[in-house]
Design a protein around this ligand. Structure first.
Ligand code: 5GP
Ligand code: MG
Length: 173
């Protein structure tokens, strides 16, 4: 039980650790010599980001931000602000680290904000992706697991604030 709902194990911690290590090795190969800047999106990515970062065999930096959206004018639609983006991203190879890409709305709004800072490149590493839930044209460059359009908790992801510390990924029964 998490909060008031029943969940069952969907991806074991062993499978997760193996896949995260593979991703870390791949990223280390692709970013060798580039000193990439990992940009973790809080709160959900904190566990994935720390495991992925420790799976690297190259020099890299990491920083975390929180995204907050608010209603802009009717012409701008929803506006997103990045809280805590103090790093100078100009000329940097930025790798966004996200827990899950669901509809794709969050990152679709954030990309233009990030591009304004003049990075050399921007790619996305997500722990999970729900391809069937996608409503915006955004895909992760690196992804651990594709999952069905169902609610999951654990490994950093929460249900009403709870369940983030579960080492295995759980799915709603
Ligand atoms: P998007 O903007 O891509 O629709 O949503 C991304 C965000 O929605 C994720 O960062 C996460 O916070 C939340 N989210 C989407 N699906 C799930 C899910 O199955 N479980 C949890 N805990 N959060 C989810
Ligand atoms: Mg999130």
């Amino acid at each position: 039980m998490v909060h008031d709902k029943q969940f069952e194990i969907f991806i074991s911690k062993e499978k997760i650790q193996k896949r995260v290590s593979e991703l870390g090795a791949q990223i280390s190969k692709d970013y060798a010599g580039l000193n990439p800047l990992f940009l973790g999106i809080l709160n959900g990515s904190f566990i994935f980001a720390s495991d992925l970062f420790r799976a690297l065999s190259i020099d890299a930096e990491i920083s975390f931000i929180k995204l907050a959206s608010y209603k802009g004018t009717s012409s701008t639609g929803n506006v997103i602000t990045a809280i805590g983006m103090e790093e100078n991203l100009h000329g940097r190879h930025v790798l966004i680290v996200e827990d899950i890409i669901d509809t794709g709305k969050t990152l679709t709004s954030f990309m233009p904000v990030l591009q304004q800072a003049g990075p050399a490149s921007v790619k996305i590493a997500s722990f999970l992706s729900k391809p069937d839930a996608r409503r915006y044209d955004i895909q992760p460059d690196y992804n651990c697991f594709e999952i069905p359009d169902k609610f999951v908790v654990g490994y950093g992801l929460d249900y009403d604030g709870l369940g983030r510390q579960l080492p295995d990924l759980h799915i709603l029964c």
